[in-house]
Design a protein around this ligand. Structure first.
Ligand SMILES: *Cc1c(COP(=O)(O)O)cnc(C)c1O
Length: 418
């Protein structure tokens, strides 16, 4: 009997405004459908070189070891820590949300001596608190913090901590999963030794790769370990032999199509320009927050340290969190995030990352919320929340969506194939 042909999976249309994944540009989806190359094919190796070059640009680094690790952002986190931390090593971790807690958990699994520097969720880790902890601890091998704490919406200042790390001869590890490509990050300028990210947040690529960069100091530390790295798959001294230009030795099969996608996503970042991209993230976040304020939502994260890529707000007490979020998804096809851990039921986490950060998306969400909150279906007239968001755009002279223009612009010659 011949089996009947099964029909293709067709996902329902969705506007992704949660904590990731973000919207993906059609050029990136198209790149993923190109035929495969072998992972040691010279043409594929050339593509790897190009990706390394483009990643150095977004990380702002000259580090030779700048790669796209197989696996999601968590693989980047795990790789950073399991390669640097040996049993007994003192490691200082800044903990002010879910992702700092995860770093701490990995350090403990490595047998590291964990030094916790904590701040309440939503607040930053004060650099002074790190300075004090470093003084008290004497010698510390690694200091690890999260740049963009996706569970709270707080943006951690990095530069002063980088300086402290140099003074104390500690390696500086930074989680840039929700910041790379969305807000300023300067790996070399801020003395960051290990920085990792994920593709599905501000880079607007599907999940599956973790951009990662290591300073020579970090690489030397890894190469002079006394014990072998506990993870074989994430052992960066082995992975270096595949990504390093000279050797290209087989370690594991590279996820070919994902690398096509990342290459295209990095092209889009460069075509827009980093500074323009950062300004776009900031503008749309400001507009969204103005709209949400008009609906009675208040920003959750510490003032002056709020992420443009992840907007966390406390809901008015009259609003039931989960049912409204479900209605957004079911009636409007819009995904936003709820709170994690102690923030469950209390906050929303609205991602405006990469392709998701547009004027149209902000206004679409604000309109939908206005309809749900105020029960004012389709009067055609803008409500107070939309009006507040529009005011931000008017003040910035943005009468049309620059990002929408960017999105429909024809691909550059030679840029439409991986
Ligand atoms: C999303 C996220 C991660 C984990 O990335 P995955 O791709 O989900 O594995 C790590 N750190 C931060 C700050 C994140 O936002």
């Amino acid at each position: 009997m011949v089996a009947e042909r099964t029909s293709a999976f067709t996902p329902p249309p969705r506007l992704l405004l949660g904590p990731g994944p973000s919207m993906v540009h059609p050029r990136v989806l198209h790149a993923m459908s190109a035929p495969l190359l072998g992972h040691l094919d010279p043409e594929f190796l050339r593509l790897m070189d190009e990706i390394q070059h483009r990643l150095r640009h977004v990380f702002r680094t000259t580090n030779t070891f700048t790669i796209a690790l197989s696996g999601t952002g968590s693989a980047g986190m795990e790789a950073a820590l399991v390669n640097l931390v040996e049993p007994g090593d003192p490691v200082l971790v800044g903990i002010n949300g879910v992702f700092g807690s995860r770093m701490a958990a990995i350090v403990e699994r490595c047998g590291g001596r964990l030094i916790r520097v904590e701040a309440p969720w939503g607040r930053i880790i004060e650099p002074d608190a790190i300075a004090e902890a470093l003084q008290r601890a004497g010698s510390v091998k690694v200091v690890a913090v999260v740049h963009a704490e996706t569970s709270t919406g707080a943006q951690q200042p990095l530069e002063p901590i980088g300086t402290l790390c140099r003074e104390h001869n500690a390696l500086f590890v930074v989680d840039a999963v929700t910041s790379l490509g969305g807000l300023p990050l300067d790996v070399d300028g801020w003395n960051i030794d290990v920085c990792y990210s994920g593709t599905q947040k501000c880079l607007s690529c599907p999940p599956g790769l973790a951009p990662l960069t290591l300073s020579d100091r970090a690489l030397a530390t890894i190469r002079s370990r006394k014990t072998p790295c506990q993870s074989w798959y994430l052992d960066l001294s082995l992975i270096a032999d595949y990504w390093a230009e000279a050797k290209r030795a087989y370690h594991h099969t590279a996820p070919i199509s994902m690398l096509y996608a990342l290459r295209e996503a990095l092209c889009l970042v460069e075509e827009e320009g980093l500074d323009a991209r950062f300004a776009r993230h900031r503008l749309h976040s400001d507009a969204l927050m103005a709209g949400l304020a008009a609906l009675g939502c208040t920003p959750f994260a510490q003032e002056g340290h709020r992420l443009p890529s992840l907007n966390a707000v406390l809901l008015p007490s009259s609003v039931e969190e989960a049912p409204v979020r479900a209605e957004l998804l079911q009636r409007f096809g819009i995904e936003i995030g709820g709170g994690l851990g102690p923030l469950q039921g209390k906050v929303w986490r609205i991602g405006l990352m990469g392709e998701s950060s547009t004027r149209n998306n902000v206004l679409t969400l604000v309109d939908a919320l206005e309809e749900i909150f105020l029960g004012r279906p389709g009067t055609g007239r803008p409500g107070p929340a939309r009006e507040s968001a529009l005011q931000v755009y008017r003040k910035n002279g943005l009468h049309k969506d620059v990002r929408a223009e960017h999105a429909i612009r024809a691909p550059k010659k030679g840029n439409d194939r991986p």
